[in-house]
Design a protein around this ligand. Sequence first.
Ligand code: FES
Length: 106
Amino acid sequence: MPDVTFLNIARTVEVQDGETILSAALAASIDYPHGCKSGRCGRCKTRLVEGAVDLFEHSRFALPPEERAAGLILACRAVPTGNASIVWLEGDATTRPFDTLRGEVV
Ligand code: FES
């Protein structure tokens, strides 16, 4: 089973075969930035610093092809194929785990 190192918090977690990086992080009580858990919102956008992942189906709005080509992944859709190191892009999840947004649909 691969290890994934979360460089934001200098912590390494073992990821079960077939498990996504986000799922492994949450199971390890890491307050990883996320929203939909289904590749639609982009909140779990992550830089893959080392290693490789299988990236499952996701919205082009959440991760456009040019961002994927630049080394970004979605943690909720990424299953590591070996040891990996990542950095999540959203701000410090330990102090701001949720956002509340107000809006109006017109
Ligand atoms: S949590 Fe929404 S795209 Fe990953």
